[in-house]
Write a protein that binds this ligand. Structure first.
Ligand SMILES: [Fe+2]
Length: 203
């Protein structure tokens, strides 16, 4: 990548993150503010040269997934990743305990979104049912409130390479829940099973 492209990418990420932080810090985490954040992250998916597979390669078969940290703030606030996953899955049904935006760059990631039916009064228990599915391809995006529940599965024959933005980074996501639909139970999980690759940090 040329030096110009590297400095343009840095400027782009700085300006996108500035906009995102303004929306969240001024308006809080709401469906409306997340819709605006979603527009900003979707804008990044147009920059296929800056975020190409040469710079952010797909995982090997052994790795299964690569999680490239693009930028974050102190304490993991506003963590933007480029995540590439082999055509495998599905993931466990989970929430993130923080807001999230996913936007497609390459490949197809099917998101199944779930509804919680119980009143959340019983720790460790949850009644959760499937609500709808949406597949994120290039230029598509979805936003999640902290307690929104989803599951992802790569449905393309090639790996996905998608942007994932979180209010708190994986290492700080200690309020995450995984849901066992058949048993009606929840389990608290932290962080990510996949190591975070910081070698391609942009900012
Ligand atoms: Fe997720």
């Amino acid at each position: 990548m040329t030096n110009t492209l590297v400095s343009n990418r840095k400027a782009l990420v700085a300006s996108a993150m500035g906009e995102i932080k303004d929306y969240i810090n001024n308006d809080g985490v709401t469906r409306e503010s997340l819709d605006r954040v979603k527009e900003v992250v979707t804008g990044l998916t147009k920059e296929t040269e800056m975020f190409g597979a040469a710079e952010f390669p797909i995982p090997s078969h052994e790795e299964i997934a690569k999680i490239y940290l693009i930028t974050d703030d102190v304490g993991g606030d506003f963590s933007l990743y480029l995540i590439s996953v082999l055509p495998l899955g599905p993931s466990p049904v989970h929430d993130h305990g923080t807001f999230a935006v996913i936007a497609g760059l390459e490949g197809d990631e099917e998101n199944t979104i779930y509804k919680r039916l119980d009143d959340e009064s019983q720790p460790g228990r949850a009644q959760v049912v499937e609500d709808y599915k949406v597949t994120l391809s290039m230029g598509d995006a979805i936003a999640f409130m902290p307690q929104d529940i989803h599951r992802i599965q790569v449905t393309s024959e090639t790996p996905t390479r998608h942007f994932h933005l979180y209010g708190k980074g994986f290492e700080q996501q200690n309020d995450r829940l995984e849901f066992n639909l058949a048993e009606g139970t929840t389990k608290s999980v932290g962080g990510s099973m996949i190591p975070i690759d910081e070698s391609r940090r942009v900012l």
